[in-house]
Design a protein around this ligand. Structure first.
Ligand code: ADP
Ligand code: MG
Length: 700
């Protein structure tokens, strides 16, 4: 969907233009005029002849021309009729500023539906309702009541909150941050966030896409398109409000461990979207992405005129997982040849408190030339001899130069660095008020580059027995059962290449002893009931039984105790299972998000999973790299790899298990939640075993 007519219209009708100062219909018109809009403005108001010197029209028809864009500011109840007029006249693009639609309840929702229906039938694109409008500084277009026209720049901004956009405009103007376009999407009845992001993706003036979202209309399309666009333009989003995925009554561990934010975290990670937690953070990041080249890697060098801030920056660099550049010998020698002997020639390079601009310039030039350095952060504290303005000029001079490496500045202080900061801003060197903010920005850039340069996503397909799974699921639907029990869950897993423990169900103690004898000791006994989801919770699991007698005793005890605890549970017997020992227990799981689909989970397994909460999530389908990354993202990973002489477990087989599971839940959208807990994994070369599993299904 092209939004060109919103950004660059030749003529605009303002329906509801007003003569009354303070009214939105007046403010918008004045904003438009004051911005210096070069097209024709047609105020529409049956009660006025002229407003602000412009000829007024009683309705759209009497204009005589078809305006490229119509901005509607009249009360909600008249909007549908006005949309009919737009349709009749042949208008193709409308911004509805008016509030009082979906956001106010049922009646408003009805009105909004009417408006959308008219628009769809007539092929009219609508931004809003309940929005602030659209701004395009390069076209001197301010079709909004957000405030003054901001400076021209390369950031395209979209916001689901009009009020927030007003604040952003105000802040941007104060910090002289420029924009290519700003769109307030309001209730996004027609044009939604993805339409705008796509338009920004194609817009030559937009280098960075930024925005604030509360909801996403079409989860799948969003993931796919955002991922495509992220490849050539960074997308920086603030997102508030989670999904209900984690809130639904969860019967699996995965369900209860997925928080409401999990889905968005997964989506952003997959699509390469850079998440910002505050407006300040977003501006911090956006400035760097807008004005600096991307770093080739994560190695940071710091230049400072004070020890303390240098250490703060170094700490922050380590904390966020960036690397502290190891300067080449040649760099160190060159620095030593010209800097005072007391200076520090290693990273962080300390040019000392009496450094003038020329010393900074020299050090920066040398450090930028070091092949081990990807990014330089320049710190300055205003000491007695410091020259903030001249130093800023030196940075600007070296910025964006032949080395094409990003330079970020952190001039600490307020009054004394003010003019220097101004020079930096004008010279497009991003300036931060604290070393940590600068480092967080560098981290965002490095993460984006890492995402950008990741291998092409290839999802491996394993040969499986789909038919078998289909049969089991269908049988459950026929019987109106939504929870697939342990045995059949395991049959499903076997069909997808998992190994499960041997065993069978006994209804008497003698039978249990016989089965144990055949399996070989030790064995495990588990209560067998469709009504008991967490068996250990009710004393329904006994491991390490070493003789027929122990098996019989355990059987009798379970059959005596559990029915007393759970009188309503239907108990079918006891499962006698081979014991899988010597491995570590992990959990592999999936929780299906209603908007974004299956979220895969990996974590430290066993009965402690919900206590330790050491889990990671990722959107399915998984590639081999993503499956591996899920492991790396947990603390458990180090333990799994082997610590202090302990042999590690087979990491590859866990990653493969995750990929097989990902294939299963992708091929069967009926599966809502599932987990394998525990998945018992031994050292490389041994077989991993799905000891316990649970699957819940829903008809789709
Ligand atoms: P639930 O999760 O319903 O309580 P599980 O079958 O997962 O029941 O058993 C609980 C715990 O008992 C597992 O996490 C595992 O530590 C241990 N366990 C169960 N079955 C086996 C087995 N066959 N081999 C080894 N350990 C087992
Ligand atoms: Mg379990």
């Amino acid at each position: 969907m092209s939004l060109e007519s919103f950004f660059n219209p030749e003529s605009i009708a303002v329906v509801g233009a007003s003569r009354q100062k303070g009214k939105v219909g007046y403010e918008i018109l004045v904003n438009m005029i004051e911005a210096g809009y070069e097209g024709t403005i047609y105020p529409v108001n049956p009660k006025a002849d002229t407003i602000e010197g412009l000829k007024c029209y009683p309705d759209l028809k009497s204009i005589g021309n078809i305006p490229d864009l119509v901005v509607i500011i009249i009360p909600a109840k008249f909007v549908a009729a006005m949309m009919q007029q737009c349709a009749k006249v042949g208008v193709k693009s409308v911004i509805i500023i008016t509030a009082g639609f979906k956001e106010v309840g049922k009646e408003g929702r009805e009105l909004e539906k009417q408006v959308v229906n008219i628009a769809r039938q007539a092929g009219i694109k609508v931004i809003g309702p309940n929005c602030l409008g659209v701004i395009a500084p390069a076209n001197k277009l301010n079709a909004s009541f957000g405030g003054d026209l901001p400076a021209e720049g390369v950031i395209g901004y979209l916001s689901q909150s009009g009020a927030l956009l007003a604040a952003i405009l105000d802040m941007a103007n104060a910090g002289s941050i420029g924009f290519s376009k700003l769109v307030s999407i309001g209730n996004k009845a027609d044009v939604d966030e993805l339409d705008v992001i796509k338009a920004f993706g194609e817009d030559r003036d937009t280098k960075v896409i930024a925005g604030y979202l509360e909801s996403i209309t079409d989860g799948n399309a969003f993931v796919n398109q955002a991922e495509r666009i992220s490849h050539y333009k960074p997308i920086l989003l603030m997102k508030s409000g989670g999904t209900q995925a984690g809130a639904q009554a969860a019967s699996s561990h995965t369900g209860s461990l997925a928080g409401s934010e999990t889905a968005y975290e997964c989506v952003f990670e997959r699509a390469g979207i850079i998440r910002c937690d505050s407006i300040k953070e977003q501006f911090d990041y956006a400035q760097a992405f807008a004005d600096q080249p991307l770093p080739a890697g994560p190695s940071v060098a710091v230049i400072t005129n004070a020890g303390g801030p240098g250490i703060m920056a170094a700490d922050a660099i380590e904390r966020v997982g960036l690397s502290f550049a190891k300067l080449a010998d040649e760099t160190i020698q060159t620095l030593a040849s010209r800097l005072p002997a007391a200076a520090n020639f290693n990273n962080p390079v300390d040019v000392l408190g009496d450094a003038l601009a020329d010393r900074y310039e020299f050090a920066l030039d040398v450090v930028l030339g070091d092949p081990n350095v990807d990014i330089v952060l320049v710190l300055l504290t205003p000491q007695a001899m410091t020259e903030p303005v001249a130093t800023a000029k030196a940075l600007v001079k070296l910025g964006g130069g032949k080395r094409n490496k990003p330079i970020l500045a952190c001039f600490l202080g307020a009054e004394k660095v003010r003019d220097g900061v101004k020079v930096l801003r004008q010279g497009k060197i991003p300036q931060y008020d604290a070393p940590e903010s600068a480092v967080a920005t560098i981290k965002a850039m490095a993460d984006y580059v890492r995402w950008h340069t990741r291998p092409k996503r290839v999802v491996k397909l394993f040969p499986v027995n789909r038919r078998k799974v289909e049969n089991i699921i269908e049988r459950h639907f026929r019987q109106n059962v939504r929870e697939i029990g342990e045995t059949e869950s395991k049959e499903i897993l076997e069909a997808y290449g998992f190994v499960t423990p041997k065993g069978s169900v006994a209804t008497t103690a003698g039978q249990a002893a016989n089965i144990a004898q055949q399996l070989g000791f030790p064995v495990v006994l588990k209560i067998w009931s469709p009504d008991i989801l967490h068996k250990s919770d009710v004393g329904g699991v006994q491991v390490g039984l070493n003789s027929e007698k122990e098996v019989k005793d355990a059987f009798d005890l379970m059959m005596y105790r559990i029915p007393k605890k759970l009188p309503d549970a239907d108990i079918l017997g006891v499962l006698v299972q081979e014991m899988c020992s010597g491995g570590k227990e992990v959990i592999l799981g999936m929780n299906r998000d209603p908007h974004f689909g299956p979220l895969m989970m990996f974590g430290m397994g066993g009965i402690m999973v919900e206590v330790l909460k050491d889990v990671s999530f990722y959107l399915a389908p998984l590639t081999a790299e993503e499956a591996k990354q899920m492991l790396i993202n947990t603390r458990t990973y180090h333990m799994l790899k082997g610590v202090r002489g302990q042999e590690g477990v087979d990491i590859e087989i866990i990653a493969e298990g995750l990929q097989r599971l990902s294939q299963l839940v992708t091929e069967f959208p009926q599966i809502q939640e599932m987990d394998i807990n525990p998945y018992v994994v031994g050292p490389a070369g041994t077989t991993a075993i799905a000891v316990d599993a649970r699957i819940s299904v829903e008809q789709v």
